[in-house]
Design a protein around this ligand. Sequence first.
Ligand code: HXC
Length: 515
Amino acid sequence: MADQRLIKFRELREKSLLGGGQSAIDKQHQSGKLTARERIDAFLDAGTFQELGALAQHTKVDFDMDKKKFPGDGVVTGFGEVEGRPVGVFAQDFTILGGSFSSVQAQKINKIQDLSLEAGIPCIGLNDSGGARVQEGVYSLAAYGEVFKRNVLASGVIPQISVIMGPCAGGAVYSPALTDFTVMVDGTSYMFLTGPGVVKSVTGEDVTQEELGGAAVHTQRSGVAHFRAADDNAAIELTRKILSYLPQNNNEDTPLVATTDSPTRVEEELNTIIPEDDNKAYDLVHLLDLVFDTGTVLQVQEEYARNAVVGFARLDGRAVGFVANNPGYMSGVLDIDSSDKISRFCRIADAYNLPIITFEDCPGYLPGTQQEYGGVIRHGAKIIYGYTEATVPKVCIVTRKGTGGAYVALSSIQMRADVVFAWPSAQIAVMGPAGAAPLVRGKEIKAAPDPKKALADFIEEYRENFFNPYRAADIGQVDEVIEPKDTRVRLIQILQVLQTKVQTSPNKKHGIFPS
Ligand code: HXC
């Protein structure tokens, strides 16, 4: 008797491993995708997966659903480890009814969300689903709400990452949008509220799935996704890497990683990286590589709003977040999209106890009707809000331009930066010399016997007196002017001091983030 029961159980278990069956698995492989179980195996450390809900099936009967039952009901859920640290994971199984989202699927996902939050461990979703299971009607819609609610409540407490590895349509897109990071796979994943068919009928536009919501669209144009990977395996590897920079939860620090890069490495090349010509760009990413532990820079939203560069790196093995203006793209100016990018990243770094290192070389906020009509004022305000709200260690290095509002917004002392360093090439002032000339000496220059020479003289005088780091250092806006080659050493030293920093903010339910 006992044997029969075991045999039945084993049969059920075997069946559950096959998802929607071999032909559906073959179809999944033919479309260039791994199955849910293969994804989980690739994501977790070998042998660490413990599954829950493997045999759960839906109980619906409408539209002959009682004849379409599969153990697991379209999602594989459980816990495992990534680099020895526990994580919760769910992977939608497209081979079962297109991974469509049922109430049983939601219950399984909710269980992982709840236990991950209570245990204080990251929760990772591998998404591949045709959306709400149509045959379940409102049950399925309510079930999405249960996932969204948990996404919001866990936000900033445990890392949540969504990996989009197939379709993600309709309201389903809001769960990824509520998580910390969204990774998309090139060519096989897409996200949109309504598909090409609905778009055509409502707006008359002809658009393909890829054009509407492919990985390139969301990493380059919309900013909805933060990372793009070539295939399933690359997306999974990237997700493991992202986790390596994050703590398990908001009460912990990211573990130190042993590094062979010396904390006393002096980098002579930094002394010559800023060109003599103010208007010339330089390779910002190379600059970051020279400062941080070798090979540790990981950009977030690398392809979006490229005038700002944000991401993770390590300093003497300690994980940090960085924000930098990129002189190689739109001169590093701040605009709507880069304000969103920078402020969101500051909030993520602050939530997860990562120091924020800012490299400032910014001519200011971008002027013009397009920006004003788009609300650059409220978007730009987010940077001020994001920096000021953050209580993690904040160190700013003004490498070149620190001009106008951008100077104040970007991790200035008033935004509660702990320490501001400046390189001798720093130019901290209300505006550049050419803009200042008509305002300060307009009449004199016009009336001068040689106005051109008078203008040149003024620019020289302005540069000498104003367009340098020393005035700012006089009044404590810059704590120390340093040689660029010493930047790595100084950052490591000051972070050692600041690692025990405690800073509080007024008690409140929550602030009103400008959006
Ligand atoms: C039930 C679904 C389904 C769904 C797919 N299937 N989506 N079953 N509900 N939402 C089933 C198919 O009937 C099929 O079953 C199997 O999954 C595989 O689907 P195919 O169409 O054969 O696969 P493919 O050609 O690869 O196309 C994939 C697809 C397409 C593009 C995702 O299936 C599709 O357009 N699905 C509907 C997408 C959608 O509009 N979803 C609702 C979004 S609105 P069989 O038995 O034939 O193998 C929404 C609201 C959420 O989600 C709101 C939250 C607040």
